[in-house]
Design a protein around this ligand. Structure first.
Ligand code: ATP
Ligand code: MG
Length: 401
């Protein structure tokens, strides 16, 4: 016997009543996607997901599982037959495995969801603990603060023994909460906003506005790289690349410079909303944080938000920049985000943006040009790229609409 499984404990899912089965299935499927290519089997049993390792590289698998939302915690597990002697032997092997060393104290915690098993959990604690004490040296029992807790779960078909616990990512399985369009700029904030949105079970489609030739291929590649990093939390993300040059040059010509940013954001939202509707996305996520820059004051948000009825999710709204940076580092997007490629906003935008733009004036300046057809054109010419966690190459769909 040896550690040959991973036992996955499900987080908030357990609270979800009737939906639990749906959530368990989604989680099992997300685990399968993230572990594609490994010789493993994923089983869903009441309140737990078991991964059969079949000699796959467990260290890699453990690292990948840490990114899967909906997992509360997980442990390497050893499977034993539902017989006392086998359970005792298994527990001894699990405890004395080199991963758990050094062990000076332990306790056994047995659970018996399978009530057909003839030994109760209290008695099993003693029988397994006694066996370990008899077969080891210099190890004692400490029920209050043990070095290792040997957990024994007697289930329907087999018993699983674990020592130790690895924290999962928490949250809810991606895909159980609908879909949003994530406005992804290439900066530090929006990838973090995407990560936090996925954490709540929501699938993201990314949308990026670029302005060739003012923005170059490397800026576009940077956004693809960011999406690729985010796929480790969900498997696959569709990236929508919106050509924004004509809109921006028109705004530059037709709108006073202190309103250019406001109008540009309103156009971005209009386009995002149209693409969201075509993709059945129920909301738009941005990386805005209250008061961070001129476009992110409450007055600005209010004037910009006016153009859409879709909910706008702003997971970073109350966070300080330093807090955002910390998450960006932890999720692996920071180093890519700080690469110095120009974004479409930085190139065209003046430094005198209004911090309190007024709706009436926004309407007035928008009447200076035919924005409806420019919005339509940008939507029609949007290029869609599907980026997968496992694949080396992306897949391009040139025309979707
Ligand atoms: P970020 O770090 O995400 O770039 P930021 O602090 O630079 O954010 P802004 O430039 O004001 O802030 O952008 C606010 C939000 O608008 C971004 O977080 C993003 O959601 C969206 N956004 C900005 N530029 C683009 C773009 N070129 N394509 C798509 N979305 C964008
Ligand atoms: Mg930015």
């Amino acid at each position: 016997m040896k550690y040959d499984h991973i036992l996955v404990r499900i987080g908030e899912l357990a609270l979800k009543g009737k939906n639990r089965k749906v959530f368990e299935r989604a989680l099992a499927s997300n685990i399968n996607v993230v572990l594609k290519g490994y010789d493993i089997k994923v089983h869903s049993t009441f309140g737990r997901i078991m991964i059969e390792l079949n000699d796959s590289r467990e260290d890699d698998i453990i690292e990948k599982l840490k990114n899967v939302f909906g997992i509360h915690s997980f442990s390497l597990a050893l499977k034993a037959e539902n017989e006392l002697e086998e359970i005792q032997k298994g527990a001894l092997i699990a405890l004395t495995d080199s991963r758990n060393q050094p062990v000076r104290t332990f306790k056994v915690t047995a659970k018996r969801p399978n009530k057909n098993f003839p030994i109760g959990s209290q008695e099993l604690n003693h029988l397994v603990g006694g066996y370990i004490l008899k077969n080891t040296e210099n190890i004692t029992v400490d029920v209050h603060n043990p070095d290792v807790e040997v957990r024994v779960e007697v289930r329907e078909k087999a018993t699983y023994i674990t020592c130790g616990n690895i924290s999962g990512a928490g949250g809810l399985p991606v895909g159980t909460g609908g879909k949003v369009m994530l406005m992804l700029s290439g900066g530090i904030d929006s990838p973090v906003a995407g990560y936090l949105t996925m954490k709540r079970g929501v699938r993201i489609n990314a949308i990026h506005f670029h302005s060739p030739p003012y923005t170059n291929e490397r800026a576009k590649q940077k956004v693809k790289d960011l999406v690729k990093i985010l796929t480790k939390y969900c498997g696959t993300i569709q990236l929508h690349l919106v050509p924004f040059t004509e809109m921006q040059t028109t705004i530059h010509e037709k709108v006073p410079s202190d309103y250019a940013m406001t109008i540009m954001r309103r156009m971005m939202l209009r386009i995002s909303e149209k693409i969201a509707n075509k993709q059945n996305a129920l909301a738009i996520t941005t990386g805005e944080s209250l008061g961070q820059v001129a476009s992110q004051t409450l007055h600005s948000m209010n004037t910009i938000n006016e153009v859409t009825n879709l909910p706008i999710l702003r997971p970073l709204v109350t966070m300080d920049k330093l807090e955002v940076i910390e998450v960006a580092r932890n999720i692996g997007t920071y180093e890519t985000s700080i690469l110095p490629f120009e974004d479409c906003c930085t190139i065209f935008l003046p430094s005198n943006s209004k911090t309190r733009p007024r709706k009436e004036l926004a309407h007035k300046f928008e009447a200076n040009f035919d924005f409806v057809s420019l919005v339509e054109k940008a939507v029609t010419e949007t290029e869609i790229v599907t980026i997968r966690h496992q694949a080396k190459k992306e897949e391009s769909v040139d025309k979707l609409f």
